[in-house]
Design a protein around this ligand. Sequence first.
Ligand SMILES: [Fe+2]
Length: 244
Amino acid sequence: MASRGKIQVLYQQARLTFSKKKGPSLENGFSEELGNLKTLVHSLTATDFDITPDVTKKRWDYKPYVTDSPAACMEVYECQDFIIGLFLIKPQKSIPLHNHPGMHGIMKILLGSMTVTSYTRAAAVRGRSDGGSKGQGDGGSFSASLVSKVTYTPQSEPCCLEPHSRNLHEIVASDQSVVFLDILGPPYNPKLGRDCAYYFREEPSPRDHSEEESILLKPGPNPAWFTCIPLTYSGPKVNPSINS
Ligand SMILES: [Fe+2]
């Protein structure tokens, strides 16, 4: 049985970090605290969340409405500044290419292994050209560059993304079920222009075969094959009333 301690410390460090992101300048200690948060995240294990491989063996489909759902999620804690969650992916299933508008993100794999392919948006080629939180997913195609394609295990450093770097990614589970910790600041919020958008490759041009892997992406609807089922988190809880 895990103690509340480490998850409470995680919450407090996340709160400290993302409270600084709201200031007029990111040079308000945000970078330093984000580094501290990444270090803390790297130290966490599945045991800290009371997660065992059994969690991935439970049925998480809602038959007959949703069957063979590739992914599930558990909310550990959410506020207006950040969300701490756990994602589960079935073996060899994936989370399709999507964005994280205006967000910083930290992922840490807890069980299994998964390959994350990350892209950085370049410039719009038609339609909207603003790369901020309101520009993605509302009509225009754009070019993006492949930043990395890395397979992560519980021993790996966290996988990180920023508002204007590595902000789009696709996640593919290996042969075993995957559980990973996901911290996003701020959380998705469609009312504030932070909806999750999905992207698809345009027809490849000859240039797409170059080493730089610059590709054209176009937004589209949530793929019909992808659903993410909410599950109840039963691990150590966060107590927001405890400050330090
Ligand atoms: Fe993501």
